[in-house]
Design a protein around this ligand. Sequence first.
Ligand SMILES: Nc1ncnc2c1ncn2[C@@H]1O[C@H](COP(=O)(O)OP(=O)(O)OP(=O)(O)O)[C@@H](O)[C@H]1O
Length: 444
Amino acid sequence: MSSDQMSEETAEQRTRTDQTAEQPLVRVEGLRKYFYEKDSLLDRLLGNEPVAVRAVDGLRFDVHPGETLGLVGESGCGKSTTGETLLHLQEPTEGVVEFQGENVYELEGADKNAFRRNAQVVFQDPFSSLDPRMTIGKTIQQPLDVHDVGTAEERREKVQELLERVGLSADQIDRYPHEFSGGQRQRIGIARALALEPEFVVLDEPTSALDVSVQAQVLNLLEDLQDDFGLTYLLISHDLSVIRHICDRVAVMYLGEIVEIGLVEEIFQNPTHPYTEALLASVPRASTDERDRERQTLSGDVPSPRDPPSGCRFRTRCPQVIPPDELDLDQPVYRDIMNLRELVERENISLELVSSHAEATDEGPLVDEAHIDEFVEDIKAAVLETALPPREEAVIDEALAHLATEDWDGAAEILKDRYESLCERESPSLGEGPHPAACHLYNE
Ligand SMILES: Nc1ncnc2c1ncn2[C@@H]1O[C@H](COP(=O)(O)OP(=O)(O)OP(=O)(O)O)[C@@H](O)[C@H]1O
C-alpha cells in the first residue's frame, strides 16, 4: 500500500461517523456506586443492615476520542456521581473504567499521576468552586504547582495564555473571584481545568448556574477549545437544549441506569425509550416532525434509589407498560391499575383518611362488615382516575376488600396475579449497536 493510500485511509478513519468501531478513549463497564448512609442507633440496636443508595447501578458506555457525550436525566438520577466515580474522585462500588485501555482504579505512581493530569473536571457552580481568598492567577496555576510543571515564570506565562484563550485578559491575573461575573468565573474554572493540557474533561452542568444569555457563550467557548486542543468531553446536564447545542451523542439516565444512548439528532428525532420520549415532550420542538410526535407526559414521582422498582425502573411511571397478553386494556386504565398496585404494595393508602367507614382504633382501622362495599368504593374514588371495565372492577373490588382487615398482602397478591407485567418481572438490558434502548417494547 502506498503512503498516499495509507494517509487517505487514516483520514477516512478519522471522519468515520460510526464511532462505535473506534477505540474508545474512555470505556465504562458495569460501573456501580452505592452510598451506605450511616445507620441510626435504632438500626444498630435492631441489627438492621445499612440501606444502600444505588446512585449508579451498572453503567456501560464508551466515550470516543474527540466527541462530546452528553449524560442527561432528572435531578438525582446519578449523573454527577457517574462523572466523579469515572474520574476516581469517588471510589466505585463495582466495575471498570478504562482510560486509554488502562483500568483507572488500578493505576499507581506515575500512571496515576498521568491520569490525574489527563482527565479533568469543570463543576457547575463558578461561585463556590473558586476560593475567594485566592487570586484567579493562583487558582488557575494551582494544578501546575501540584504537578510541578515548569518554572515559576513559565507557569505564570501559561496562566496568562490560558486567560486570553478563555476570553479574559492576561492583566486580570492578580484579581480576585468577586471581581468577575458568573460567566467570567466559569471561564476561570475552564482555564484551570485546561492548565494541565488534559485530553478528557468532565463538564458537570457547566452552564446551569449562568444566565441564559451567557450560557451560549460558554458553550461556544467549550466547543472552540475542544477543536483547538482536541478535547474529549463528557457533558452532564439536565437541560436538553444544552445537550443538543454541544453533544455528538447522548446517554439518557434514569435512576442510576442508562436507558437509551445514541447520536443526538437520532435521539431527538427518533427516541425509542418511553422515558426519553417523556423527557423530550417537556421541551419546545425544533422541527415540525418532532412537534407532531405524540405527547406523553410523566406521571408520578421518581422512586427512591434506596428501593428502586423491580424489573424496569421506569415502569412505575411509564405510559407504555406492557400488560399481560390475556388482558385487553387501554393503556390509561392499565397505568391506573398499576398505580393502585404500587400504593397497595407499599401500604401507602391512608384508609381512615380516604374512607369515613374506616374507624381508627388501637389495632388499626376497623371497617364494619356491612360497610365494606362503601369502603371499597371510597378507596377507588380516592385513588383511581379512570373508569374500569366491569371485569376488572370485580377483581379490584375483591382485592380492596382485603384492606378492610388491613390484609395488604392479600390485596396485593390478587392484583399481582391478574395484572403483573413483564416490565416488573424482568429488567430490560441495554442492547448493542449505535442506538440501543433498555425497554421490553424493543427487546421483545
Ligand atoms: N454522598 C452521598 N451520600 C448519600 N447519597 C448520595 C451522596 N451523593 C449522592 N447521593 C444520592 O445519589 C443519588 C444520585 O445523586 P447525583 O448527585 O449523582 O445525581 P444527579 O443526577 O447529578 O442530580 P443533580 O443534578 O441534582 O446533582 C441521589 O439520590 C443522591 O441523593
